[in-house]
Design a protein around this ligand. Structure first.
Ligand code: ATR
Length: 279
């Protein structure tokens, strides 16, 4: 670091578990960018002050995580279309004093899915398990890929109906009962788990029986701890192509890096840094 170093960071509460500093500092080093990225513990009642601090100190960029993704929007000068549609911001770009909010979670997930397992989502039948906080951005980004159908299912049915309805009738997003999953999976090209079922320490649980999947279909899980969930292990045995949750984390950071620096993100190095940090 020297007096030209450009500053970046992530704010959240809690924040000490975050792998973003490791990943983004590796990205800066790899790309030869004179930047530094740190984690800041910001309690909800100090969010406004934290954003004022970013402005005053001239940070170029900030990531925002739980619990600030919605609340932070009122402190920004502009919110891009995707973040507005999703109703949450995870990345801020400081354009000469104007703070612009983006959401790279959904588009990061879709880029990871396309680069890692399924380059063509147009015309595909997609089934989503779970309609909690994580799934909204993903469904929004998936709907822009022109799939044949996106069917939302959730243990608590109302959440699925509400989320599907919020996209309007044009988007091709519908809901179905959780009980219909066996039949839905038999017809699906891509099945995505956005629930917390299978997350450490409950690593033997799966949201559905992987035997319901069609061999050759894609099974995707947002969970990255463990890197390969019981759902994905079962799907692999069934002859499916599998996609774990680490890619979503890496690519949401890759988009942030690209918005901030205007350069392509060194994705392989970023993934390597996160994987190393798990050892
Ligand atoms: P996140 O923000 O990570 O999505 P969340 O908003 O708490 O977290 O949502 C968790 C998701 O996992 C929800 O879809 C939840 O279903 P409900 O809406 O019915 O609670 C789902 N989920 C959690 N445990 C589950 C289980 N045992 N079986 C099925 N779905 C489960």
């Amino acid at each position: 670091m020297d007096s030209h170093t450009v500053l970046y960071g992530v704010i959240g509460d809690p924040i000490r578990h975050s792998r973003s500093p490791i990943m983004l500092n590796r990205a800066f080093r790899e790309a030869g960018v004179n930047g530094a990225y740190a984690a800041f513990h910001v309690a909800p009642d100090r969010l406004g002050e934290a954003i004022a601090g970013i402005r005053a100190l001239g940070f170029r960029g900030l990531n925002v995580t739980i619990p600030h993704k919605i609340e932070v929007m009122k402190y920004l000068d502009e919110i891009d279309e995707g973040a507005r549609a999703i109703g949450a911001v995870n990345t801020i770009v400081n354009e000469a004093g104007r703070l612009i909010g983006h959401n790279t979670d959904g588009i990061g997930y879709v880029r990871s899915l396309k680069e890692e397992v399924e380059p063509e989502l147009a015309g595909k039948r997609i089934v989503v398990l779970g309609c909690g906080g994580a799934s909204r951005g993903i469904v929004w980004a998936l709907s822009r890929e022109k799939p044949a159908a996106i069917v939302l299912t959730n243990r608590t049915a109302e959440r699925a109906t509400e989320l599907a309805a919020s996209f309007g009738t044009e988007a091709g997003v519908t809901s179905a009962p959780w009980e219909a999953l066996k039949e839905l999976c038999a017809e699906a090209d891509v099945v995505i788990n956005t629930t917390s079922v299978g997350m450490s320490p409950n690593t033997e649980q799966t949201p559905i029986d992987p035997e319901w999947l069609r061999p050759g279909a894609v099974a995707s899980d947002l969970i990255y701890n463990p890197l390969t969930t019981a759902f994905l292990r079962g799907a692999e045995k069934r002859g499916c192509r599998v996609h774990g949750g680490l890619g979503m984390f890496v690519y949401q950071g890759a988009y942030a890096f690209e918005y901030w620096t205007g350069r392509p993100a060194p994705v392989a190095a970023m993934r390597g840094a996160v994987l190393e940090s798990f050892k």
